[in-house]
Ligand binder design. Sequence first.
Ligand code: CP
Ligand code: NVA
Length: 313
Amino acid sequence: MSPRGGGEGGEMKRDFLKVTDLEPGEILALIEAARANRGEQSELLKGRNLGMIFSKPSTRTRISFTVATYDLGGHVTFISESELQLGRGETISDTARILSSYLDAVVIRTFRQEDVEELAAAAGIPVINGLTDERHPCQALADIMTISQFHDDLGRVKVVYLGDGNNVAASLMIIGAAVGCEVVVCTPPELPLEPWAVAEAEALAADSGARVSLSHDPAEAVRGADFLYTDVWFSMGQQKNPSKSAKLQPYQINDALLAQAGESCRVMHCLPAHRGEEITAEVMDGPRSIVFQQAENRLHAQKELLKLLMKDA
Ligand code: CP
Ligand code: NVA
């Protein structure tokens, strides 16, 4: 039977608001399980209800969490944040208490990381960050799962992110640092990764032996890379502007840049992609691209995340 009806901060519940909410060993176990259990259909979440509150668009996150829950025998309720009473002034903490009395876990996609943390602090159920302006930890789980699928020694992997120093870059550097990869985040000097993200990654690297660094020189950064990774130049909520595009143009993943990376280098992108901006169509649709495998892995990784957070909650 579902243990709904908590409402107040439950002792046992765990959230996934940022990569470091999982220990490095748990991340490795999760991706191993995700690889082993792909295609799982079970009743592990029978009678459980996952809520999804999104205030930004989504294809992968929304659908992969929905299918993951159904595959585990659970139910999903989706609502856009603008349709909640939150938009009319109900507080986040009151909302959290109400949701906790109906649901067994909630995925939220919104703007401010602080709002997700406030929701989690007041909720008696696990809260999962489905993307904020700062972080995209669920994406990072699928990213590291994908890397492990194409390279059998995470301690010898070099991943280079090129482009805007955004939420996806932050979570990638942090998860890479947790599991011992070399991660280079290469951005224009004016669009760097936030210092908090670098500090988090450096702290993890000190334990794992990972190497993390920043660069502004794409040709230098990609040398010897096993994976190149990019993301959109304008994240959800940002206005397009030509001056930012001009700064990012040298960081585009194209055939010329890829030729300077390792011979077996693969190309990753969290998607959605804008062909002709951060990545060319030739690379995106070419033989080195593993972006669709990476997108599929959202489903497998999140299924394991739901099992981890919801099985005993
Ligand atoms: N990568 C990702 O989170 O995609 P969606 O925005 O489609 O969910
Ligand atoms: N950086 C992008 C990621 C989309 C999945 C955004 O926040 O819009």
